[in-house]
Ligand binder design. Structure first.
Ligand code: A2P
Length: 276
């Protein structure tokens, strides 16, 4: 049973990663992101997920400093953008992310998308950053099983995390099983289906039973499936609400009902067919 916002999952290199974090995709740099990240840290969040392409790393860094939280109590993720993939370019992109964040290491660094013909070189650079102690854990994002198989064929170090679009309409069961077999933790982006799942009738009915919100039920479903989850919100009360999921447990029957919503429906791009 996952009991608290401070609960972590252990990555295959022994690093402890918080099971719930704040996602800041589409959050504007400056006041908006500073306010969101500070609200989250105040509410007890330890994990913040940004990316170079979100263009808000500076604000994330500012919020971390202003929060006063000790650096080693936090878990900061960022990602290398597609146009920076390749060996030297990834090393340079990492330096730029650190300088924007004003940090001297990140906790997790991810390949943002599996850019064909590039991601293996990118991975070699990320392995170097890891071996040099500049990042505590490394991983990928938006990798299908075949991308992971291809990467693992040449990798020296296996990714510790695969961050993918995952929510009840896209439950990703086969990929989750494959990742579990390789000791790769699955992390859900857009766990609320970019907010679109909040009106789902079945989840509304289940939420009523537990006296919880639809968002809380979906995020609890993630935790009970051992999925790391990073809901995005810029609103302090919703940030607090999304972390208030440690005082109830969904029954096996309700977990199955939510599982049955899967329709393999994506709101974002398919990693086999993206044009950015
Ligand atoms: P806002 O930032 O205004 O709170 P996802 O993480 O699946 O991409 O979903 C993010 C979307 O869901 C955002 O539009 C966010 O809006 C909204 N959202 C996040 N948490 C909640 C919540 N607890 N209740 C309602 N909407 C939420």
């Amino acid at each position: 049973m996952v009991n608290s916002l401070q609960d972590t999952t252990t990555l295959h290199n022994g690093v402890e990663m918080p099971r719930l974090g704040l996602g800041v995709w589409k959050v504007q740099d400056g006041n908006e992101v500073v306010h969101a990240v500070k609200s989250a840290i105040k509410a007890g969040y330890k994990s913040i997920d940004t990316a170079a392409v979100y263009k808000n790393e500076e604000g994330v860094g500012q919020a971390i400093r202003e929060s006063g939280a000790p650096r080693d109590s936090l878990f900061i993720t960022t990602k290398v953008w597609n146009s920076d993939q390749g060996y030297e370019t990834t090393l340079a992109a990492f330096d730029e992310s650190l300088s924007k964040l004003q940090l001297d290491y990140t906790d997790l660094y991810l390949i943002h998308w599996p850019v064909g013909g590039k991601y293996k070189e990118t991975w070699r650079a990320i392995e170097k950053l890891y071996k040099d102690g500049r990042v505590r854990a490394i991983g990928v994002s938006n990798f299908h099983q075949h991308h992971l198989e291809d990467l693992l064929a040449d990798a020296e170090i296996a990714p510790m995390v695969n961050q993918i679009e995952l929510h009840p309409l896209l439950s990703q069961e086969p990929l989750r099983a494959y990742c579990a077999s390789k000791n790769i933790k699955v992390e859900a982006w857009s766990p609320l289906g970019n907010g679109r799942l909040l009106t789902n009738e079945l989840v509304q009915e289940i939420a009523g039973k537990y006296n919880k919100s639809v968002a809380q039920v979906i995020l609890r479903w993630d935790l009970q499936h051992d999925i790391i989850t990073i809901p995005k919100s810029i609103n302090e009360s919703r940030i607090i609400e999304n972390a208030d999921i440690f005082d109830f447990e969904l029954s096996a029957e309700d977990m199955q009902k939510i599982d049955s919503l899967n329709r393999n429906e994506r709101f974002g791009s398919d990693p086999d067919n993206f044009n950015f």
